[in-house]
Design a protein around this ligand. Sequence first.
Ligand code: ADP
Ligand code: MG
Length: 570
Amino acid sequence: MTSQVYEFQAQARQLLDLMVHSIYSNKDSFLRELISNASDAVDKLRLEGLRDKDLDADISDLAIRLTPDAEARTLTVSDNGIGMTRDEVIDLIGTVAKSGTDELRRKLAETDAKDAGELIGQFGIGFYSVFMVADSVELVTRKAGESVGTRWSSTGDGTYTLDEVADAPQGTAITLSLKPVDDENAVHDYADQNVLRRLVKKYSDFISWPIRMTVTKQVPADPDIEGAEPTVEEVDETLNSQKALWAKSPGEVSDEEYAEFYRHVSHAWDDPLETISLHAEGTFEYQALLFIPTQAPFDLFMRERASGIHLYVKRVFIMDDATELMPEYLRFVQGVVDAADLSLNVSREILQQDRQIRAIRRRLVKKVISSVQELQDRRPEDYQTFWGNFGRVFKEGLINDQDNAKAILKASVFASTNSETEPTTLVDYLSRCKPEQDVIYYMTGESRTQIERSPHLEAFRAKGIEVLLLSDPVDEVWVSSGIDFEGKQLVSVAKGVVDLDDADAADTDEDKSKRDEQFAPLLSWMGQTLADDVSEVRLSSRLTESAACLVGDDFSMTPQLEKLYRASGQ
Ligand code: ADP
Ligand code: MG
């Protein structure tokens, strides 16, 4: 079969373009990406081999290999993992499955070159990062159990070529024709054994499969043999220490090692904001290493987003999308759980039923929430970063996790009339309010500005009573769930009779009844005239400037929720 030329999918072309004209300064990261992919591929084959005893593939010596050629200026990264079929190559390498690339493109257009690295970090660019350092790339792969392999090659210019390969070895080999070494861009010589040795140590030391390289060693001449010459010997060297970081105690692991591991499991390019290490012994034995990212991934609010928890059983990789171990509202958490007592054959169905998994999940959830609380208590700046990126997601737990709702509420912050810029915790809110105030006031709306314009706030402002200003769609739902904080109900300023008169001593009962009498005819006329639109017209002390405002009754929806329902056609 002759070779066939294909066009990259449009989005893939944009990404490639980005890489070829790379604005990202840390070009070394391509190696980490290739090794990470190779490691995933080997994990998959090992698992497949355990599950399917008839699989025609050798899993006796699974490994990753680097083969630099200084003269030809090439570097090959190969693995004997699961490999890809021809269709998979087209699907996985020729297209960008990740949605959000358009957004990346748009953001890049409005970003300075020097900030582009951060953006790339946010979107995580895997395989295509090879085009930062290579003029052309060739990938040869054969899927485990298949006889014919596929060669993919491209110069990153919009098209790629596919060929059939009769004698491809099991797994995947990726050969880069390296760009000339260019000191100005701080591009290292990736065909140099010493450079590679150093980069593997730095980025991929924890990878659980051996990363091997054939190195040349000078063997001194044997002094006992007369006239003997020094010789050069070729030996295989394993470049990484292969230690499972989650099995070590935190004191033994450096921040940098954790950060690299985080980037490997999450396929992200940023640093973790917080690292959580957990070793449980007793009934259920397991180890967990979890990370809260610094940056929000672009697909945080996309439905098809995978869970970030990888499940291992006694160091053997089982699955990378263990949704059973982390609730949706903590979907930003990335990491590894290694359970000692599960079967290697565990299926998703079993996981859903498993008592052990449920127990682990309960513990992990509590641990993540308390870590957020700790950020709030001890690292205000990091907490602010966390809240800006994940607050809206975290608050979903107020609706979906009754058991932990109080803890989530405590670890959350809210905009309030107390400050233009600084959100408040509920603890601080209570510390500021008068002792006789026995509820927490809030108002929901589309934005802070919109809420602040509301006449409902007038009397509260006049009387100096603090009101939470809630403008995330999720707020609307949790506030109406009847949750309280330290025994104080949350009360909407836009609902029912908000009695502020207690706080206003000048207004005696006598004044009040006199006023009621005076306005009775007007109220009854208004009530009749507006009968189709409102259920009652009453005098109120809640306004100081506006003449009238609409309120719901105690059990009705807030205006915002009404709008939400109306918009969805209900
Ligand atoms: P990600 O690793 O985040 O999925 P990449 O761009 O790094 O994104 O890789 C895209 C996909 O290509 C991988 O998900 C995997 O399915 C496939 N792939 C890449 N490298 C290999 C490899 N060495 N062996 C098998 N499949 C691979
Ligand atoms: Mg990858």
